[in-house]
Design a protein around this ligand. Structure first.
Ligand SMILES: Cc1ncc(COP(=O)(O)O)c(C=O)c1O
Length: 378
């Protein structure tokens, strides 16, 4: 029996990713999994929930107090009120992205993506028969609203924004966000804003959420997750937030695929959202030191250069050598270090590789030393 065309398309797009999966002897600079433990008070909340017997079905949309806690936080952003009814709890950001895209895209509909961008967007679009349209960033890897405007056709339905950006590390300025808002309103598009790294923003920059714009009230689906902010990648708790009834279609898709998220993990997430702790600040301080160390080491290597990322925990490294990004990725693997080819994130990633400082320096420094050897051996 042949698998569906969707599976065939996905397997093809994931071939490159498989190449970078590290074996035992390979140091990985590829995985976006924070090295921190989930903070103690969050783990304790899950243990308490299990002891209390909160181990049964949850409402498919999610637990009421978690939805309220999220709605409360989003309502403080200045773009108008969110209600608990506007929130769908999802299995990390990934199932939210799936649900939102499959709720609003028909086969043949076009999705605008900044190029390069997080690879799941194009994978999901292809799997459901929609068309990912890659639109290059400017030369400085920033928003190019004219290029986006030129890419709009009568089939364009959706623009996916990711802020801070994986893989480039850009954080949108207020002026850029304003341009995005005007662009989606002018062209009558739906906006998915993936803000998975909203708490990982460096050097005193302000993260400007799409939820802060009242003009987006009837065209925004916000995606977020506990994965990166609270080092909870394995818990699988995220959410979609959308007003004006937009959440309903996504909730239907989510209920019919994921079902719902573990009840005790949702209890832990309530604690994560409702506790005022020094956690994000502590994490940010550590990430800042890691970022600086990684960038300094990269900039000392022949043929590689990078800017310090403004947000998220990736370094997007420009390659000045006569090899393609994929060839370099393969070459690095032969030298015992796994990196991601920029082209995994779209054709505009040619000439780049992506590294991550989600791991501890004691782990990534040996990987960077191998990368330097690989560059010297080219
Ligand atoms: C931009 C972006 N969105 C979403 C996700 C998926 O997050 P989750 O693990 O919560 O599904 C990732 C994971 O790396 C990501 O980089």
């Amino acid at each position: 029996m042949q698998p569906s065309q969707a599976v065939q398309r996905l397997s093809q797009s994931q071939r490159a990713k498989k190449l970078t999966r590290p074996g035992a002897e390979v140091v990985s600079l590829a995985s976006g999994d924070p090295s921190f433990d989930t903070p103690e008070h969050i783990r304790e909340a899950a243990i308490a929930a299990m002891r209390e017997g909160r181990t049964h079905y949850s409402a498919p949309v999610g637990e009421a107090d978690l939805r309220s806690a999220i709605a409360r936080q989003l309502s403080e952003l200045g773009g108008g009120a969110f209600r608990a009814e506007d929130i769908q709890i999802t299995s990390g950001a990934a199932s939210g992205i799936h649900a939102a895209m499959s709720a609003y895209l028909d086969p043949g509909d076009e999705v605008l993506l900044n190029d390069p961008c997080y690879s799941l967007y194009a994978d999901v679009a292809l799997a459901i028969g929609a068309v990912p349209v890659f639109v290059p960033w400017s030369a400085a890897l920033r928003l190019d609203i004219e290029a986006l405007q030129r890419a709009v056709t009568p089939r364009t339905r959706l623009f996916i924004l990711n802020n801070p950006v994986n893989p480039t590390g850009i954080v949108f300025t207020g002026a850029e966000m304003q341009e995005v808002v005007e662009f989606v309103c002018r062209n009558d598009l739906l906006l998915i804003s993936d803000e998975a790294y909203d708490h990982i923003v460096f050097d005193g920059r302000t993260m400007i959420s799409a939820a802060g714009f009242a003009a987006l009230a009837d065209r925004l689906i916000l995606v977020n997750t506990c994965s990166k902010t609270f080092a909870m990648t394995g818990w699988r708790v995220g959410y979609l937030a959308a007003r004006s009834g937009l959440i309903r279609a996504a909730a239907v898709m989510h209920r019919n695929s994921v079902g719902f998220v573990n009840t005790f993990a949702q209890r832990a997430a309530v604690t994560a959202f409702n506790t005022n702790s020094n956690w994000p600040a502590r994490m940010l301080e550590e990430y800042t030191a890691r970022r600086n160390l990684m960038c300094d080491m990269v900039n000392a290597m022949p043929g590689l250069s990078c800017e310090r990322p403004e947000g998220a925990f990736y370094v997007f490294v420009r390659v000045d050598a006569p090899v393609s990004s994929e060839m370099l990725t393969e070459h690095c693997l032969q030298h015992g270090v796994a990196v991601r080819s920029g082209t995994e994130f779209g054709p505009g990633g040619e000439g780049f590789i992506r590294l991550t400082f989600a791991g501890e320096p004691t782990k990534f420094q040996p990987g960077l030393e191998r990368l330097a050897k690989a560059m010297n051996a080219l």
